[in-house]
Design a protein around this ligand. Structure first.
Ligand code: GLY
Length: 361
């Protein structure tokens, strides 16, 4: 199976994304050729570091590229400023300077932490992304969003800082827990539902091959997501307008995720959020009920949840919506589907319709 390469075109901050099987073993040679840094701090969490750290270090070593593996405890609770401080001290103790770089080896938390650290360590050093979860491969490793959480909310501190390269090895998905794979599939469906109707149809037609992780389906699927993400980011890197469409399903999804005490993992909350916002679009007269039906059918095919959990307090969801960092001046912006593959961004939604959707009526 071959590998595919696409480019994120951002002028002097442009970078390649390599997607395929066996990519991890070639990272060392690619970094040797690219001459991005003289030494790499491979930042990972304890789980992914144990699974893939040695393989990546070997690849770098065989290409004559020096590296050091630095791990922190896995999970969202690590995504705070103390982790950044600890990692920065470790880099300083080991003599990392401005000629060195970082390599993010892991899922979204690792990528966000590593990108943020790279953007501020010694006022900025280069970094590359090696995403190991489907969610990170199709979304968070591309586009340069970095950050950590505060007790007041997720991702409240961060930067826009683009990686120098992204290496996506689809083989690593074989060790990904199935719930995490499905969580990534929610983000995949997001692209089809919000931007690309043909891709949405393709996801339905290729379900069996995708769930079986067949490279002939998985590689083009990830490639299409990265192409769409690159297309959006190239036009609106800092989320002034168009990039907001990538938040389809996320506004209500984030509120559901928070109201669950983060027991519901991100993609599953986004699946619920996509269905909810489609219902909202119908109630606001923006979409035909057929849009909800099509979306629900595909979400079900991928065993994703579609209902706001029973007993989730509507008032609490409202509070989380207001507290979201995408709320501006008290105005909550929604990405409403008009049809599959076509969305509109608006803060003009009917309050009663929103309450009915949040209450699951
Ligand atoms: N995950 C949405 C974005 O990168 O803009």
């Amino acid at each position: 199976m071959g590998q595919e390469k696409i480019q994120v075109g951002l002028g002097e901050r442009s970078y390649p994304i390599t997607i395929g099987t066996g990519v991890m073993d070639q990272i060392g040679a690619a970094l040797q050729t690219a001459k991005i840094a003289k030494r790499y701090g491979i930042i990972s969490d304890d789980r992914v570091g144990a699974l893939h750290g040695e393989q990546v270090q070997r690849s770098l070593e065989q290409a004559g590229v020096n590296s050091e593996l630095i791990v922190f405890a896995h999970g969202e609770p690590s995504k705070h400023l103390q982790t950044i401080g600890t990692l920065a001290s470790t880099l300083a103790e080991r003599g990392f300077d401005r000629g060195d770089g970082l390599l993010a080896l892991g899922g979204g938390v690792v990528g966000d932490i590593t990108g943020f650290l790279a953007s501020i360590y010694m006022r900025g050093i280069p970094f590359v992304q090696v995403p190991t979860s489907l969610l990170a491969q199709v979304d968070s490793s591309v586009g340069g969003k970095t950050g950590v959480d505060l007790p007041q909310g997720k991702n409240l501190i961060g930067t826009f800082y683009q990686p120098k390269a992204v290496f996506i090895d689809t083989d690593v998905l074989k060790t990904l827990p199935s719930e995490e794979f499905l969580s990534g599939m929610a983000e995949v469906i997001k692209y089809g539902a919000s931007i690309d109707a043909d891709f949405f149809t393709w996801l339905g037609a290729n379900r069996a091959a995708i769930l079986a992780l067949e490279p002939a389906a998985i590689v083009p699927m990830i490639r299409r997501c990265c192409e769409l993400k690159a297309w959006v980011v190239e036009q609106d890197e800092r989320e002034g307008g168009l990039r907001r469409i990538l938040n389809f399903g996320h506004t209500i999804g984030h509120a559901v995720e928070a109201a669950s005490g983060y027991q519901l993992i991100h993609g599953l909350a986004v699946a619920i959020g996509m269905r909810a916002v489609a219902e909202l679009a119908v109630r606001c007269g923006v979409a035909d009920p057929q849009v909800v039906a099509q979306l629900v059918e595909l979400l079900r095919q991928y065993q994703l949840p579609i209902d706001i959990p029973a007993g989730m307090d509507c008032a609490a969801l409202r509070r989380y919506l207001q507290a979201d960092k995408k709320t501006i001046g008290g105005r909550i912006f929604f990405v409403l589907p008009e049809a599959i593959g076509k969305v509109r961004i608006t803060d003009q939604v009917d309050d009663a319709a929103l309450d009915a959707v949040l209450a699951g009526n």
